[in-house]
Write a protein that binds this ligand. Structure first.
Ligand SMILES: Cc1cc2nc3c(=O)[nH]c(=O)nc-3n(C[C@H](O)[C@H](O)[C@H](O)COP(=O)(O)OP(=O)(O)OC[C@H]3O[C@@H](n4cnc5c(N)ncnc54)[C@H](O)[C@@H]3O)c2cc1C
Length: 508
């Protein structure tokens, strides 16, 4: 087996300069490669490739982290190529449009206070926001009974749910001891990383009733899309610290992380970024292999082989582990990637000729802890006369729905909505569903979850580059980790790091 240094030193290329911000890039001439010096696997992949492309930087993945990194690098005058497995940009943000232009957000949708980087990006791109509609009473469904309430969550089966808010408050307080940029360094890191959130919550000291435990499970699977036994207490405290030390911010509409939506759909933001980045995209071209040596990196994707000075891997950790790296990644990084699975969730959108629930004084917000469809919110677009309800199924229940036929699943969803909002809810004019866990280029949901022991064993390498390989996904952000804002921060952070590194190298 030849080394990557030998590989790179044999790459000869024609200098075919391109215009605009791609000046200085080259198309390699395939014929000039000394094939005998490439590994067998490289030959196999390269023979599939039509092009060799050279850029300053290669960004793998056109989600919000990759797009932001590419935008900042292009704005700083570097040549960039973004290589994307799908035939579209946005990653976990995916907006479809109805014939009348009404946006349907099948992935990331909401924004809220303190998510400053995404708001700044919207301003830069000239994109407007609109408040998430939330006026009226909310519903809590438990044991087949629909409880309607205004400000105060009602008792369930004569059990007060106050314990839920006490536990959330306690977690928020504990999160102050966890530094969001280095949670593994906190004084009680080992102790808190040795237990799961489930173990901690089920401790009798909290004196929680069955409905309270059930509601807490729903609130947390809505964040982590896995069982509470699968996620470390320290990781949960880090997530709270990363979103302003108040867990309720993550879960609320007014004043919380679901406060605003983007007019025109979140996908519009990705489109505007793409326009600014320019003609630098290679679509439907999954990256399979990344090799590096002292001269640069070689990124082998389905449609092209790219030579760059540095590469940004802007794909979720569970997928980053699929790429073959030469030389192999350091053991700690490899273990970290292998221990960052991403949960189960399916999102449903039902569209009606009007938001009829508002006439009944309902906000559209529902929590249903013991049902398959655990959450619903009104996501009607402000400029449309249509009404839209967004519902989620998470964790075990999402897996059960995934095993049903499409017809049975749709019936279950519409029956649940009809019990909440009346018979009209069973007759949407449009019905969408997307199981993100089965989507090849996500294979999970919002965010990775870390089991007990992972953060303290491997977490410290989360933002650590491996020579020419840099990492940027929402999961690498110390703030709003797992959110769109976190992805933007991760992209900006890595772009800054690369620009600083390149400038300091040049000045030496
Ligand atoms: C259903 C759902 C609802 C959500 N709701 C919200 C919300 O309301 N608010 C919020 O802030 N966040 C929300 N999120 C989370 C938010 O969408 C994500 O945190 C954010 O979009 C992640 O961006 P990213 O760039 O880190 O990763 P991704 O969006 O996953 O982007 C990674 C990109 O890499 C590509 N890729 C993968 N493998 C390869 C490969 N081998 N080669 C080339 N390309 C590859 C993928 O196709 C993808 O385009 C939600 C997520 C989901 C799924």
């Amino acid at each position: 087996m030849k080394t990557t240094k030998q590989l790179d030193s044999t790459l000869k290329f024609k200098t075919k300069k391109r215009a605009g911000n791609q000046a200085g890039s080259f198309f390699f001439d395939l014929k000039l490669i000394k094939w005998q010096q490439l590994s067998e696997r490289s030959i196999q992949k390269m023979s599939l490739s039509k092009n060799f492309i050279e850029r300053d930087f290669c960004v793998v993945g056109a989600g919000f982290a990759g797009l932001t990194a590419a935008l900042r690098l292009v704005q700083a005058g570097y040549s960039v190529i973004v290589v994307e497995a799908r035939d579209r940009i946005g990653g976990k943000v995916w907006t479809k449009y109805l014939a009348d232009g009404t946006p349907i957000d099948l992935g990331g949708t909401f924004l809220g206070p303190t998510q400053d980087r995404i708001y700044a990006l919207l301003e830069e791109l000239g994109v407007e926001i609109t408040p998430t509609p939330i006026h009226g009473d909310s519903l809590l469904v438990y044991n087949n009974v629909v409880h309607r309430y205004g400000d105060d969550v009602p008792d369930i089966e004569s059990h007060s749910l106050d314990g839920v808010w006490d536990v959330l408050q306690l977690l928020s307080t504990m999160s102050h001891d966890v530094p969001n940029d280095a949670p593994w360094t906190c004084a009680r890191a080992k102790e808190w990383d040795a237990m799961s959130l489930g173990q901690w919550i089920n401790d009798p000291v909290h004196k929680l009733s069955a409905p309270a435990l059930s509601l807490l499970r729903t609130l947390f699977i809505g964040l982590f899309t896995c069982e509470l036994s699968e996620v470390s207490l320290l990781y949960v405290l880090f997530q709270i610290a990363a979103s302003g030390n108040d867990i309720e911010l993550q879960m609320t509409v007014e004043g919380g992380a679901e406060q605003d939506m983007v007019k025109g759909g979140m996908g519009l933001v990705a489109e505007k970024m793409k326009e600014k980045i320019g003609d630098c995209f290679l679509f439907s071209s999954a990256v399979r292999q990344i090799s590096q040596d002292q001269d640069g990196v070689t990124v082998i994707s389905d449609k092209a082989t790219i030579k760059a000075k540095q590469v940004v891997v802007a794909i979720p950790p569970n997928l980053a582990d699929d790429i073959e790296y030469t030389p192999l990644l350091p053991s700690t990084r490899m273990e970290l990637l292998r221990h960052m699975p991403a949960g189960q969730c399916t999102k449903f959108i039902t569209v009606y000729d009007q938001p009829f629930w508002r006439q009944d004084g309902l906000s559209g917000e529902v929590a249903a802890p013991d049902e398959h469809l655990q959450m619903t919110l009104d996501t009607s677009a402000p400029d449309s006369k249509l009404g839209a309800l967004m519902s989620f199924s998470f964790a075990k229940e999402a897996m059960q729905l995934a095993e049903m036929s499409a017809e049975d699943r749709k019936k279950l969803v519409l029956d649940a909505l009809a019990r909440r909002f009346g018979a009209k809810a069973a007759h949407p004019i449009h019905y969408f569903e997307h199981d993100w866990s089965k989507d090849r280029w996500t294979r999970g949901c919002h965010v990775a979850h870390l089991a007990p022991g992972v953060l303290t064993s491997y977490g410290h390498v989360i933002r650590e580059p491996f020579a020419r390989i840099h990492w940027a996904t929402s999961e690498s952000s110390p703030l709003w980790n797992g959110n769109i804002d976190g992805a933007v921060r991760a992209g900006e952070y890595v772009a800054k790091e690369l620009i600083a590194m390149t400038r300091s190298t040049c000045s030496k």
